[in-house]
Design a protein around this ligand. Structure first.
Ligand code: GLC
Length: 619
């Protein structure tokens, strides 16, 4: 007992020595101009030390295990699962009862979407947080969250939680105080008093919801001091007020939120809308240097208080810019693992959908090369679908606009020959409208489809291909709720007007899931195939996330291929067309298909329509 308390305290001293100077330097760079800086820095330091001292013993043990295996989240046995709590299991207590179902799939990383107390009425699926320290009452209590974390840890799963750090709900206590005239809280937000200033900012800002919430500012007369026109910055919906990180009080508040949640057992923070934290006139206000410094400072401070905890960046921006969220060495400009441990590989996700629609692997291959600059200690979150729309314009720097428009129309089912059952959402400034829909619907599966029908087999092959490719990429793959049983779109009648993203936020179909062992159903076929892939993946050292996937060259344009390296290279090959192709690979002559568990002749390797294969090269 004494020795473990002692070693915990010693660990804290070491961590302070190592990480405090990093945080201190970043905070001085960010807030050097503010009065009383030294006092504020001591408050930051005290908050971190307090959290470290209050960290429950079970969590410090987990920290120690994770520090001993710092690559735990890159290992091929990792698998995430992302879901809305109410859609999946009603409540947090319901989620705890479903952990067995997830364990059976091989899940090691749980990502319930926002579950903290949210604004009543419209709340952007919980992304308008009214109180970061309590759980949404419909879903449970703070105690239920702790219990879920404990159960998850017992089952060998990490818990990821969204921290909506860019904005609060309009009815968060800070915003309420601001509206009631408190100048301290008014300064927590970006409040603009004149229309010229608003127009000047708008000139260089993009729009996230151009149709459903145009503009980046919302008139808020309650904030006006002299009765003049007053606007509050709202990048997203009018009820989501952007926080003002130029105010050090905001930085400290959010740090305290992170420390508090870490000590409730949260292992990974999904930093919602990461690029938007810092604003500066004349810029896009996305991914500014100060935003990176804020995240780097949070990382250094969490490394002191909760060293096993990870940060995950949600940056749906140009692929080159996404890589910068893993961190950079200030002196050399080279990638360094000092910011987010994890970040969404939105680019590859989008490029894979594009590849299936166009039958052209070239953009995905080009993207793999660009993404390979990631620091080796960091990992992508790889995924096929998530709760948001697929934003084609995120590839605008790589792909001609005309192609993006065509692909968008394809997935809305609006092009001749399109099999997709998705819907167009919205686009900024004449860009390609983004796409809504569950993966199974986007690949053309009809809810009642059964294996054996041509119009069910091809969609299933496409869905499984997307997952087989994604599971072979470098990163931690996250399954989106329902994809394991090929769940299709939510009923149209259930979708609120103007918020088409609910098309892919259906309720979990537990009857469908109950039939998951029945190979005569689409759900059963999909579940069995995915389980096999997940199981095989876990045993393939080549799929460890440290080394990036490298595109193969010399393939026909309709075949996507990349190599992963281990003691023996593993090839992932995917036929993006409905016709069989036969490849002759220079890596041959002999290989083994590790999923089918059979030898493969690499001089004449067939790939069926929409088939993907994992081939281990024989020496
Ligand atoms: C993130 C979320 C999205 C939400 C937005 C605003 O992009 O994924 O669902 O609308 O942030 O919080």
């Amino acid at each position: 007992m004494t020795s473990s308390v002692f070693s915990r305290a010693t660990g804290l001293h070491d961590r302070l020595d190592r990480h405090w100077p990093v945080a201190d330097a970043l905070l001085r760079r960010l807030y050097g101009e503010v009065p009383a800086l030294e006092g504020w820095l001591s408050q930051v330091r005290e908050a971190v030390i307090r959290a470290a001292r209050n960290r429950p013993a079970a969590l410090t043990d987990l920290d120690a295990r994770r520090q001993a295996e710092p690559d735990w989240f890159q290992r091929p046995n990792q698998l995430g699962y992302c879901f809305y709590v109410d859609r999946f299991a009603g409540t947090l207590a319901g989620v705890r009862r479903r952990l067995d179902y997830l364990a059976e799939l091989g899940v090691t990383y749980l990502h319930p979407l926002p579950l903290l107390a949210m604004q009543s009425g419209d709340n952007d699926g919980g992304f308008a947080v009214a109180d970061y320290r309590s759980v949404e009452p419909r879903l449970g209590t703070a105690e239920d969250l702790r219990a879920l974390a404990e159960d998850a840890h017992q089952a060998g799963m990490a818990l990821c939680l969204d921290v909506v750090c860019n904005h609060t709900a309009r009815d968060h206590a800070w915003a309420q105080a601001a509206r009631a005239g408190d100048p301290v809280y008014r300064a927590y937000y970006h409040v603009l008093d004149n229309a010229d200033e608003v127009a000047a900012y708008e000139a260089t800002l993009g729009q996230v919801f151009p149709k459903t919430a145009p503009g980046n500012f919302t008139p808020e007369p309650s904030l006006a001091r002299d009765g003049g026109g007053t606007w509050v910055w709202t990048t997203f919906y009018p009820y989501q007020w952007d926080l003002n990180y130029a105010n050090p009080a905001v930085f400290l508040e959010m740090l305290e939120v992170l420390l508090h949640l870490a000590n409730q057992g949260v292992d990974v923070f999904r930093l919602d809308s990461t690029p938007f934290l810092w604003k500066a006139p004349g810029t896009s206000c996305r991914g500014l240097p100060q935003t990176h410094w804020i995240v780097q400072a949070w990382r250094a401070l969490l490394a002191i208080a909760a060293p096993g905890v990870l940060l995950k960046g949600e940056a749906i921006v140009d692929p080159d810019d996404v890589v910068s969220f893993f961190g950079r060495d200030e002196a050399t400009g080279q990638p360094a693992a000092n910011e987010c441990h994890l970040a969404y590989n939105n680019g590859m996700m989008t490029a894979l959908w594009l590849a299936q629609a166009t039958g052209d692997a070239a953009p995905a291959h080009a993207l793999l090369d660009r993404l390979a600059g990631r620091p080796r200690q960091a990992a992508w979150i790889t995924y096929v679908r998530c709760h948001d729309d697929i934003i084609w314009d995120a590839l605008a720097a790589l792909i001609p606009a005309e192609t993006l428009h065509r692909v968008s129309a394809f997935y809305a089912g609006a092009l001749p020959g399109s099999y997709a059952l998705g819907a167009a959402f919205q686009a900024d400034g004449g860009g390609a409208p983004s796409t809504n829909g569950m993966a199974a619907s986007l690949v053309g599966l009809r809810p009642e489809g059964r294996p054996g029908d041509a119009d069910t087999d091809a969609p299933l092959a496409r869905l499984l291909q997307l997952y087989q490719v994604t599971l072979a990429l470098d990163g931690l793959p996250v399954l989106y709720m329902g994809d394991e049983v090929a769940l299709t779109n939510a009923p149209l009648a259930s979708i609120p007007a103007g918020e088409g993203r609910w098309l892919h936020r259906p309720a979990m179909d537990w009857d469908r899931a109950a039939g998951r062992d029945d190979g005569a159903t689409a759900a059963g076929r999909c579940h069995a195939a995915l389980r096999r892939l997940i199981e095989v993946r876990a045993g393939l050292p080549a799929l460890h996330g440290a080394e990036p996937a490298r595109a193969l060259t010399g393939l026909p344009s309709g075949v996507l291929g990349f190599q992963r390296v281990g003691s023996r290279p593993l090839l992932c090959l995917a036929n993006l067309t409905g016709e069989t192709v036969t490849l002759s690979l220079p890596a041959g002559p002999l290989g083994r298909d590790v999923v089918a568990d059979e030898d493969a002749d690499l001089t004449a390797l067939p790939l069926g329509p929409w088939q993907a294969r994992w081939i281990k090269v024989r020496p």
